[in-house]
Design a protein. Structure first.
Lengths: 522, 803
């Protein structure tokens, strides 16, 4: 099968816009630190602008791929340069372009060393992540997938915390340990995916996602049960590590705690979504039968993750680690929604990916602000922050509640829709929903534990008396990073219909073959 | 006039505007401005509610569904047929709640402007209070379960914020308040788990969450007493069959159940019988599924409406400022559970098993909390347990199918319990005034009460609005809420005294105050359920509630005696003074309402008064929205019995708590009575060890498990042992065996460390030497990436260049 090449589309513009920002960083010798920051901020904002244009030209009535840009690349192997969006990936692209300016703002004063390199990595990372969401060619996808590791590896390894850790009796920098662990762990997971990709490309004669999907659907490319399962697992392992699905989460607390604030924001906000996105895009679309077979087991892991992550984060004494483990719990919801294998669950999961980016990204941002003022993340170093920093704490309250899933804010809509979907799932039992809903209770337990210990109570510590609150005059970059997140938390909470509408067609297409398969299986 | 109903979003909007104004401009408005804004916002909501009432009367009680402008759909997923809109419902039930909430709410707002005077975060307090009204109004006006849930959790949030309002107090008080706030939220979340589950099951059972669709009216069997029938239930049953026929007729007309709201669908499916529901992995008979749904709802009710086993948060919630206790933790929010059950009366009416459980829970709560209230020293804690007990009455009423009576008691209780709480706030203020006065002159005569173990255990929160004023004698252990410090206040605070007595008598159920009518109706209905229908739950509900009513009268009169009678037991009580008119005015208004409000629902066949005033207006009104509502009847002997029981308990209380006995309160006069009474008092004082039990059996194991999982399982075992020892080591050893020839040092540190060290090395050099290496290194990485990207871009470039 052949694809028709097309002209340049806005998707390509969005994809490579961040790289344009590398030019001043690389070639303009006399940029001051502030100019480096501003030029990166502008680049990310312009990218966000382009992605808004893309959203504007997106046709919600069309459930397929849109705004495609196809070029021949390596014709002999059936490899194309192929980018495009559908109702699912567009929200993740929007999330990425939104989170990046916030990450730049979060680094405004906290990063002071080797600024050019740092901002260069940020921009490379943005293109890499966008590439994962936009690529419609497995070969391209894999390259972007792997490249996205590199900048994050260096961000953790170079600009991470100053902690030490004990590694087999030797003292070493904790951030190095975390960076290496992050890299190796994710790399290891990707190898099987590479094999699966090669197998598919070889057998289909093309690496194009749309073509392969079509061939699998119309039977041109037939997979026997075992092959389908193996391929499914090959993709699944890579994504499961990235999400991370319990019990493959061991790299996450290390990476989060050691990463600089912006690193944590990007990690939680976007990088983890590469995994959940992959599950939707490849595991569900390519291997529906295996997905049905494995759904109960994966959903069980998800439910364990929900409860385990929540329980473990309750016992943390480091605020950042608490938030890190809460991600395990939150992403458990996303995975549960995906493997409910019905449109309610999947749509909830896609929305919850965005929500998690907003609320957990916001939490890391808030923790970072506190860290800059007090240079500690230990929970017992705080108390009564609400009194000292009322505006900051007001924002913290909203973000905490959004993370807890208070109705009217974004987190609730996602969790509710996921649970509603899983309750109606043909493949998993209602008990999964019951247990996962208990996770909603636990979310209140650990989030309020954090909120109580940090923000409420009396100001017992001398050092906390004089902390500086947020204000436009002194630290505009903090307010301007927080405000969009809070606004979005309300918008998604009160009017999520816009989001569902846009993804409705794509998700319907996706789950239609589950419905067909399940009905046929009866 | 009918168009008036479309203005219903205003009941939410007015408080919201008030909250926003005070949030952003509160600081510059000053206390007066903030007060005006907040009270106006609340009063406007009340006026709107009045218009809703008038509009509903004009519309012949026909309910209206209103879609707010701008926001219409909330969660709409076309592919899955999920459609949950933002829709408001105006019917007699929601208007009743609106009137109660905004009416009592406005008075409490007014009172709070006096009570909170001088607090450093005065504006913030009113932001929360207005925000509470926003969510409470959402809760009662939403036309679907999920919108109700928004309000449900929202009021929980406001409750959290207000319980923890004084989170910054010194000496551990702040932490105590914060923890009380957190406890309230978490316990409520456990209940919310139940509501969420009920919502999921309801949705997939009925395909919608709407109570009723626009234009749809409840299919009802108006089974209440006609003129000739003394006993309601005969008629109810006769009408029941009739209703069923009607329902079937209805169904024949519009056979499409999917065009109906959940309650009418349930009505039809129940009356038809034999329905089977299957969705997802669930496949159950409709009747069985409804048992799950109603029991899940009940779990939510036990959280929000403080029933066994989740009531433990409410007494702790008294850490909040007193107006909050009155508004949220007595009059309105805690009744949300009762509202939800009455709203869902169709569900409960037909599921007898669930109704039975509901009745049991309500009864046990009523008697248990009534008992605990006997042994409390803190003036607000007595009222808190009293509230739990009264909520038990309402829940039990729902359990026996007395939906009108439950709502009636909800409304009257809101009035007189708000009165009592505000009265207690006035008492506390008076005590503080006295205490302050005392310290203004010279230091007190050292007339401090003994802080025995029980008292220390009670640990009442230091509840006052004058943090700054109080700061200079914070070392003083004086507790203005401890009734042992009071006594003889009736001469010092006459308005508070008289209004408090009116509230007490109403709560005790003395004719003709509001509490008499509403409590009596529950008792009569309970008895008739036993008597007429031969159901067990009727008898035991009647018996237990009657006993609980005796407890109520007793502990309330104990409180009145301890606070107002006898001689002052502390110098502060001697110098107590009446509160400002801002506070006494709401007290007097509420007292008048307490006297009058009971007459809106006189039972059928009330002698004299019935002819004079008219009977069961409230039931007639409610019937238009509560399908299975019915009016109560008047039973002479039961009214007399209940009154005698209440008066007897009051008399007995006064006997025990006489002026002599109250002179010295090292121990309670009950303890002096006889060993068994003493024992009972000790248990009541220790609150029947509920908190200890939960702490030991749930909280601590939960914490220990969390610690174990986090530190042992996740970190020591999974992170350190499996990942580092097992995975890394075996990799290391494997590579060791394979390559003995390679440099030992490299092997020793393993592949991982090798990588790690090189990064470490690079990082160190990057940090230390700002030589050309940095640039080379950075350029390598960046250029490497750029090259890869260019390779990817190659086709695009080629295309652009046109080769």
């Amino acid at each position: 099968m052949e694809l028709q090449t097309t002209g340049v589309s806005i998707a390509s513009v969005v994809l490579f816009a961040p790289l344009v920002g590398l030019i001043p960083l690389l070639f303009f010798g006399r940029l001051s630190d502030q100019q480096v920051r501003i030029s990166t901020l502008i680049t990310t904002l312009v990218t966000f602008g382009f992605s808004l244009l893309m959203l504007g030209s997106f046709d919600s009535a069309d459930g397929g791929m849109q705004l495609e840009h196809i070029e021949e690349w390596i014709p002999g192997l059936g490899i194309y340069y192929h980018v495009g969006v559908d109702g699912i990936s567009i929200w993740l692209v929007m999330l990425t372009t939104l989170i990046m300016p916030i990450a730049v703002l979060a680094s405004w004063t906290s990063i002071t060393e080797r600024l050019r390199l740092y901002h260069g990595f940020l921009l490379m990372l943005e293109t890499a992540m966008l590439g994962v969401f936009l690529s419609l060619d497995l070969f391209m996808f894999y390259i972007f997938w792997e490249i996205s590791l590199v900048p994050m590896y260096f961000m953790i390894g170079i600009w991470g915390s100053k902690d030490k850790t004990n590694f087999f009796g030797r003292e070493m920098e904790a951030r190095i340990y975390a960076a290496v662990k992050f890299f190796l762990y994710t790399m290891a997971g990707s190898i099987l995916m590479l094999l699966a990709i090669l197998w598919l490309g070889n057998n289909a004669g093309t690496f194009d996602v749309t073509l392969i999907s079509q061939m699998l659907r119309d039977g041109t490319l037939l997979l026997d049960t075992d092959t389908e399962r193996l391929l499914f697992l090959g993709f699944f392992l890579a994504f499961a590590i990235k999400v991370p699905i319990w019990p493959l989460h061991s790299w996450l607390p290390d990476a989060h705690v050691q990463a600089p604030t912006a690193g944590s924001i990007i990690l939680a906000g976007v990088l983890l979504k590469l995994g959940t996105y992959g599950l939707v895009r490849f595991n569900l679309d390519f291997f529906p039968n295996a997905a049905i077979d494995f759904a109960p087991y994966i959903a069980a892991l998800a439910v364990i993750g929900i409860l385990y992550g929540a329980w473990v984060s309750y016992a943390q004494t480091d605020v950042k680690k608490l938030v890190a483990y809460s991600s395990v719990s939150h992403l458990g919801f996303v995975v549960l929604g995906i493997f409910a294998l019905n449109s309610t669950g999947v749509q909830g999961a896609v929305l919850q990916m965005v929500n998690h980016g907003i609320s957990t990204g916001g939490l890391f941002l808030l923790v970072g602000m506190l860290y800059e003022r007090r240079h500690t993340k230990a929970m017992n170093a705080f108390g009564g922050i609400w009194k000292v920093m009322p505006i900051y704490s007001g924002f913290a309250l909203v973000i905490t509640l959004s993370s807890m899933g208070l109705p009217g804010l974004n987190g609730f809509v996602g969790e509710f829709t996921i649970l509603l979907g899983s309750a109606n799932s043909e493949v998993i039992s209602i008990w999964y929903t019951v247990l996962a809903t208990i996770g909603v209770i636990l979310a209140a337990v650990y989030m309020l534990y954090m909120f109580n210990n940090v923000f409420m109570g009396s100001v017992d510590k001398e050092e906390n008396q004089e902390l500086e609150d947020l204000s436009w005059r002194r630290n505009w970059y903090e307010l301007s990073a927080l405000i969009p997140l809070v606004i979005l938390a309300f918008v998604i909470g009160l009017y999520p219909t816009v989001f569902f509408e846009l993804m409705d067609g794509a998700v319907s297409n996706l789950v239609s073959h589950f419905d067909a398969t399940l009905i046929a299986g009866r | 006039m009918e168009n008036v109903l479309t203005a219903v979003p205003l009941v939410v909007l007015f408080p919201l505007i008030g909250a926003l104004i005070n949030l952003f401009f509160g600081k510059s408005l000053g206390e007066f401005g903030v007060g005006v804004v907040a009270v106006t916002a609340s009063a406007s909501a009340f006026v709107t509610a009045l218009f809703m009432w008038a509009g509903l009367v004009a519309a012949d009680y026909e309910a209206a569904v209103v879609v707010p402008p701008l926001l219409d759909a909330w969660i709409r997923i076309p592919a899955a047929g999920v459609e949950i809109p933002w829709e408001f419902r105006v019917d007699t039930l929601s208007v009743t709640m609106m009137l109660v909430v905004s009416g009592v709410g406005t008075l409490i707002h007014l009172y709070a402007t006096g009570y909170m005077h001088g607090d450093s975060r005065f504006p913030r307090f009113f932001v929360y209070l207005n925000l509470f009204l926003v969510f409470m109004m959402l809760l009662v006006t939403g036309n679907n379960l999920l919108m109700m849930f928004v309000g449900w959790e929202g009021v929980g949030l406001c409750s959290f914020l207000l319980i923890g309002f004084w989170f910054d107090k010194a000496k551990g008080e702040g932490w105590k308040n914060s923890n009380a706030a957190r406890k309230a939220f978490i316990v409520n979340r456990i209940g919310d788990f139940g509501v969420l589950m009920a919502v999921f099951l309801t949705f997939w059972t009925f395909g919608t969450l709407d109570f009723y669709k626009p234009g749809e009216q409840p299919i009802s069997d108006h089974g209440y007493g006609g003129e000739e029938h003394a006993f309601v239930y005969e008629v109810a049953q006769a009408d029941d069959e009739h209703g069923a026929e009607e329902a079937q007729g209805d169904e024949a007309e519009h056979a499409d159940l999917s065009q109906m709201g959940i309650y009418n669908q349930a009505e039809i499916m129940f009356t038809e019988g034999g329905h089977h529901v299957s969705f997802g992995s669930v496949s159950l008979d409709f009747e069985d599924l409804m048992i799950f749904i109603t029991l899940f709802m009940l779990l939510g009710v036990t959280g929000k409406s403080a029933q066994i086993p989740l009531f433990v948060w409410l007494p702790d919630a008294m850490a909040g400022p007193t107006p909050v206790s009155a508004l949220i933790h007595a009059a309105t929010m805690v009744t949300a559970g009762v509202y939800m059950m009455v709203r869902s009366n169709v569900f409960f009416y037909y599921t007898e098993f669930s109704s039975f459980i509901v009745a049991v829970v309500g009864c046990l709560t009523a008697i248990m909390a009534g008992f605990i209230a006997l042994g409390q020293w803190d003036v607000k804690r007595v009222l808190a347990y009293s509230t739990v007990s009264q909520l038990g009455f309402m829940v039990a009423a729902v359990g026996i199918g007395a939906y009108t009576a439950a709502m009636f008691h909800l409304a009257t209780h809101a009035v007189f319990k708000a009165l009592l709480f505000l009265g207690s706030g006035s008492i506390i203020h008076g005590m503080e005034h006295g205490h302050h006065h005392l310290h203004g002159q010279a230091h007190g005569p050292g007339h401090e009460p003994e802080h025995d173990e029980e008292h220390a255990h009670n640990a009442p929160a230091d509840d006052h609005g004058h943090a700054t004023e109080h700061a200079h004698h914070e070392d003083d252990a004086f507790d203005p809420q401890d009734m042992r410090n009071m006594g003889g206040l009736r001469h010092k605070m006459p308005i508070t005294y008289w209004t408090y007595v009116i509230g007490t008598l109403a709560l005790a159920g003395i004719f003709p105050l509001a509490g008499f009518w509403s409590k009596d109706e529950i008792l009569v209905d309970a008895l008739l359920v036993g008597w007429e229908d031969g159901e067990l739950r009727g008898y035991f509900t009647w018996l237990i509630l009657l006993t609980a009513a005796a407890f109520t009268a007793f502990y309330m009169w104990r409180q009145v005696s301890l606070v107002f009678y006898g001689q002052p037991r502390h110098a502060a009580a001697e110098h107590a003074a009446e509160s400002s008119p801002l506070m006494t005015l709401p007290l007097m208004t509420l007292a008048v309402l307490t006297i009058g409000v009971g007459f809106v629902n006189l039972p059928t066949d009330t002698p004299i008064l019935g002819a004079l005033i008219g009977e069961h207006y409230f039931a007639d009104w409610l019937i238009h929205s509560v399908a299975h509502a019915h009016a109560g009847v008047f039973l002479w002997w039961l009214a007399i019995l209940a009154t005698v029981v209440a008066l007897g308990a009051i008399f007995y209380a006064r006997q025990i708590y006489n002026d002599d006995a109250m002179r010295d309160l090292h121990r309670d006069p009950l303890q002096a009575l006889d060993p068994r009474a003493s024992d009972a008092f000790r248990r009541a004082n220790a609150r029947l060890y509920w908190d200890e039990f939960y702490n030991k059996r749930l909280e601590q194991p939960f914490n220990r498990a969390a610690q174990w999982m986090a530190h042992r399982l996740d970190w020591a075992f999974w992170h350190d042992f499996v990942h580092e020892r097992v995975l890394f080591r075996s990799f290391h050893l494997g590579s060791h065996g394979l390559s003995n020839t390679v440099d030992r040092r490299g092997i020793d540190q393993g592949i991982l460390l090798l990588t790690a060290r090189s990064v470490g090395e690079i990082a160190r050099r990057l940090r230390r030497v700002q030589t050309g290496f940095v640039r080379i290194y950075a350029l390598t990485v960046v250029f490497g990436t750029v090259v890869v990207v260019l390779v990817i871009l190659l086709p695009v470039l080629r295309d652009l260049v046109g080769i």
